[in-house]
Design a protein around this ligand. Structure first.
Ligand SMILES: Nc1ncnc2c1ncn2[C@@H]1O[C@H](COP(=O)(O)OP(=O)(O)OP(=O)(O)O)[C@@H](O)[C@H]1O
Ligand SMILES: [Mg+2]
Length: 158
């Protein structure tokens, strides 16, 4: 190997979906941040309502209040489990901030990778799987696509 890579891990992005695997990924991120003196950004992307589902049907027929209520409930619950992670980091003297972002039409993957590009993220730490109960793939679709499009290294936690 010629020359040393300029390795600096100062900002770590941790995309979370409330699943046990993503909480485990967050624990790894806190550990690495402590060792490296890095800051954490805990991020949840609020997915757009799926076309096919029951709520999606309501969205199609213009039931704005129901869809908005559903979104707000999702944000509220995300705030709860994200603040657990931020508190946990604080207990270990690691600075962490929580970001809840809407899907701007680029899917969770676009939001995560664009954020990483624009904010000079050095490392992404995420779970191999998430909330889905459909276990066909070895890694979930969000993780698979982030690995393909990330500007920085990705640590996948199982
Ligand atoms: N909405 C989201 N916002 C932020 N991070 C997410 C989001 N969804 C998933 N992730 C991250 O991606 C990891 C893997 O989840 P992913 O969604 O890829 O798998 P899955 O839910 O098992 O399968 P599926 O492809 O069916 O969604 C999670 O552990 C979490 O770190
Ligand atoms: Mg998922």
């Amino acid at each position: 190997m010629t020359g040393a890579a300029d390795v600096s891990v100062k900002k770590i992005l941790v995309p979370v979906d409330g699943s046990p695997v993503s909480s485990k990924a967050a624990q790894y991120a806190v550990h690495i941040a402590k060792v490296e003196g890095a800051k954490l950004v805990i991020m949840h992307v609020v997915e757009n309502v799926k076309q096919g589902g029951a709520i999606g049907l309501q969205a199609r027929y213009g039931n704005v209040r129901l869809v908005e209520g559903f979104r707000r409930a999702r944000i509220k619950s995300a705030e709860r489990w994200m603040s657990d992670i931020v508190d946990d980091a604080a207990k270990q003297n690691v600075s962490a901030k929580a970001e809840i972002l809407p899907d701007d039409g680029t899917h969770e993957v676009g939001v995560i990778t664009e954020y990483a590009k624009k904010n000079n993220v050095d490392l992404i730490v995420m779970g191999s799987r998430g909330q889905s109960t459909f276990k066909k793939l070895l890694v979930g679709s969000v993780t698979n696509a982030v690995i393909n499009h990330s500007p920085c290294p990705v640590l996948v936690v199982r």
